[in-house]
Write a protein that binds this ligand. Structure first.
Ligand SMILES: N=C(N)NCCCC[C@H](N)C(=O)O
Ligand SMILES: O=C(O)CCC(=O)C(=O)O
Ligand SMILES: [Fe+2]
Length: 378
């Protein structure tokens, strides 16, 4: 029987970064598909260790080979998932003036302004110097203004990422449905990072462990106040004609890696939009499977594992039918979590640290500024 100790040592890890292929439309033909992970053993406290171990082994394999997988067994009913997509679709169908009621504030400026929460019009997001052809709403964990040292910039003003969420007023039931959905996702996110700690064979938790103790609960402890992001995204169909053999120059979302721990992506059934970069250098369509999430690991997991698990590049090119809607949920470290390579992972990867470490909050602030204020080429 497979045991974790047989597979956790990664005797011959490959650390090469996959080559970035040219921006052509070449994708890997089906039938290749991402692995499927059943997370249910980690959500049910009564499940026997052997079923948890099977999930952990599959998770380790998926994270090494793809950095992406489909997630089943999460317990959130399909009716709820459909409702979440449908409400996002209804919001994006509203007149621009209605959507702009929750327009995100400017992040810099003398007035401060939270700058990250709220509605972003078409083209406001920048990736790799190009404007993404999408509109979106970002919701984050509520900022805890009672904590010392993180007070708002002054009366009525907020720093980037602080301040209240700007919730859509229409459709009316959106906020309640999403708050409940977020509660459910937090449990699923926790179960995934718990499985990841087991998958990495970091060892049983010891009495008196603190946040930085490197046992199998280290990710759980550093996400217990996850600075999560819920993002509703609307993608119109890309219209610029494609030149045969030419580069793709227009993206629904440009090539990137996600910032934090694990992304749980819920998308409408549109095929051929989300593409994942394989180790072979080819792009794979990660089409939705009804009732399953597409999950991928973010940069903080790559850093914690010292590159044993890579945060895989992906992009969205929506040239199919209709207006595509997706609602990714980013289950992230705590804002103040110090994220640096785990000693055990450094040892397994030849002793060199891939990063000296900083807090997730500082990492995220850099990303948010880049996203809204970096230069656009052309
Ligand atoms: N929170 C996350 N991961 N959002 C998705 C990021 C999409 C790429 C972004 N424009 C960038 O350039 O980073
Ligand atoms: O819409 C999608 O399928 C993926 C979006 C994405 O990768 C992101 O927002 O980070
Ligand atoms: Fe992403």
């Amino acid at each position: 029987m497979d045991t974790l100790s047989e597979i956790d040592t990664h005797p011959n890890p490959s650390f090469s970064v996959p080559p970035t292929p040219p921006n052509t439309m070449e994708t890997t033909p089906s039938p290749q598909s991402l692995p499927i992970i059943d997370i249910s053993p980690f959500l049910d406290p009564s499940s026997p260790p052997s079923t948890c171990q099977q999930t952990a082994i599959a998770t380790n394999r998926a994270c090494i080979d793809y950095g992406f997988f489909y997630l089943t067994g999460h317990g959130i009913p399909i009716s709820k998932l459909d409702q979440v997509i449908s409400l996002a679709r209804q919001f994006f169908a509203l007149p621009v003036a209605e959507k702009n009621k929750i327009k995100r504030h400017d992040a810099g400026g003398p007035e401060g302004g939270d700058g990250a929460r709220g509605y972003q019009a078409m083209g406001e997001n920048i990736t790799l110097g190009r404007r993404d052809v999408q509109e979106a709403v970002d919701l984050y964990r509520e900022w805890d203004h009672s904590e010392k040292g993180v007070a708002a910039g002054g009366e009525g003003t907020y720093k980037t990422l602080q301040g209240p969420n700007l919730w859509p007023e229409q459709p009316e039931e959106l906020k309640e449905v999403y708050l409940d959905y977020i509660d459910q996702l937090m449990k699923v996110g926790e179960a995934i990072v718990r499985a990841m700690g087991v998958a990495l064979n970091l060892g049983k938790p010891v009495e008196g462990a603190d946040k930085n103790t490197e046992d199998e609960e280290v990710f759980v402890r550093n996400t217990n106040k996850s600075f999560w992001v819920m993002r509703m995204i609307g993608y119109p169909k890309l219209e610029t004609p494609l030149v045969e053999g030419g580069d793709v120059t227009e993206f629904s979302c440009g090539e990137h890696t996600d910032y934090g721990c694990v992304t749980l992506l819920l998308a409408d059934p549109t095929p051929g939009a989300l593409q994942v970069l394989l180790k072979t250098g080819k792009w794979l369509n990660a089409d939705p499977i009804p009732g399953a999430f597409v999950v991928n690991i973010g940069e903080m997991i790559e850093r914690w594992t010292n590159g044993l698990w890579k945060s895989t590049r992906h992009r969205v090119i929506h040239r199919g039918d209709g207006y595509r809607v997706s609602v990714p949920f980013f289950y992230e470290p705590n804002f103040k979590a110090l994220v640096k390579p785990l000693r055990k992972c450094v040892e397994r990867t030849g002793g060199e640290m891939v990063h000296e470490g900083n807090t997730y909050g500082d990492h995220l602030l850099g990303k948010v500024f880049n996203n809204f204020y970096s230069e656009v080429i052309d």
